[in-house]
Design a protein around this ligand. Structure first.
Ligand code: RIB
Length: 350
């Protein structure tokens, strides 16, 4: 059947259905369904005949019909803050590894650290009846997650500690991570430092700052020893911009801690372009320990977040909550300890 629209001819063909396959193969609809879903119940000869009919007709199972029957899709949604950040690429790889073992797929979406984007994606996931959601929250209020919970979509927080006990979470202790860096720089003799932070609503940015302040206080430094340079985004361009501000300071600090490695790589670029020696003139430390930290022109000291392990554990918790073991599932709050990886960018004793 074809229809003419102006110059355009459109072949409007009806989608091949399971009844077409049954008729073509000379079997019942139930037999076709068994060949697709429970092949062990069908003889080899009938399976071959039905498969041949499926291939001849180009039949594709209706996932939406299956979802309606099963109550959810075979996809897990992963909502990250910044898809361009290698930290989240590694996290996604870990989640995908666990999901594949359970025969599920992972669809990765990007909130861009924007609570409104987050709300729209979480609504889409609920509407599409995904199997569950892994999310690094951008919204500090938790409003969007409350909505998801009310809609009955299981979710696990990744890279964020769950505030209560009503869901699972897997994260690294970012306060401890910030403190590791503060102690490292104080012990290296730094007395004037800067913190290149990120969007103030992100808990990661707040906790890393808190840890840094605690360690500097323990070392006897006053709060004003740490100058904060807010960055609008947690990316390399914002790091270059922060580097330019550092260069413009009349009294430049001798060390800078950046809220993540991408910011630190941007600061490193700015210092290199201005002829500022790292670490002699300025020590630089990042956070995450992405693979480019070690590969930087001046290998970057950083705090390792085991991103792939975070993603894998979070997905395992979600699959336990949504799978056969669901009745026995108890929500867990997994908090891993960070590890300081010291490299050349901060190795200089004042
Ligand atoms: O993208 C934001 C940051 O938060 C990442 O670099 C990672 O550190 C996460 O915790």
């Amino acid at each position: 059947m074809s229809r003419h629209f102006g110059e355009r001819t459109e072949n409007a063909e009806r989608m091949v259905g399971i009844k077409d396959v049954a008729r073509e193969a000379g079997v019942s609809v139930g037999t076709v369904s068994n060949v697709i879903n429970r092949p062990e119940r069908v003889s080899q000869e009938t399976r071959a005949r039905v498969q041949a009919a499926i291939e001849r007709l180009g039949y594709v199972r209706s996932e939406s019909a299956r979802q309606l029957r099963a109550g959810s899709s075979r996809l897990v949604a992963l909502l990250v803050l910044d898809m361009a950040n290698p930290f989240f690429v590694d996290l996604a790889r870990g989640a995908e590894r666990a999901a594949r073992r359970a025969g599920l797929g992972v669809v990765v979406c990007n909130s861009g650290q924007n609570p409104d984007e987050e709300a729209e994606y979480l609504a889409l996931f609920a509407e599409q009846r995904v199997n569950g959601v892994l999310v690094t929250p951008a919204d500090p209020t938790g409003r969007t997650l409350d909505t998801l919970r009310r809609q009955g979509t299981p979710f696990v927080l990744v890279d964020r500690v769950a505030p209560g006990t009503e869901q699972c979470s897997v994260s690294v202790d970012d306060v401890a991570g910030g403190a590791l860096i503060g102690r490292h720089l104080a012990q290296a003799g730094h007395r004037t430092l800067a913190y290149v932070s990120g969007p103030p609503h992100l808990r990661q940015v707040q906790d890393r700052r808190e840890g840094m302040h605690r360690a500097l206080a323990e070392a006897g430094l006053p709060p004003e020893a740490l100058l904060e340079l807010p960055a609008g985004q947690l990316d390399v361009a914002a790091g270059r911009d922060a580097g330019a501000r550092l260069l413009g300071l009349a009294q430049r600090p001798t060390a800078v801690f950046c809220a993540n490695d991408l910011l630190a790589l941007g600061v490193l670029q700015a210092m290199y372009a201005a002829g500022v020696r790292v670490p002699e003139d300025l020590a630089i430390v990042g956070y995450d320990d992405i693979e480019f930290a070690a590969a930087a022109a001046v290998p970057l000291t950083s705090v390792r977040q085991p991103a792939a392990a975070l993603g894998n554990m979070a997905a395992e918790l979600l699959l336990e909550e949504t799978g056969q073991a669901a009745p026995d599932h108890c929500h867990q709050r997994v908090v891993l300890q960070p590890e300081l990886v010291v490299r050349q960018s901060s190795l200089f004793r004042r």
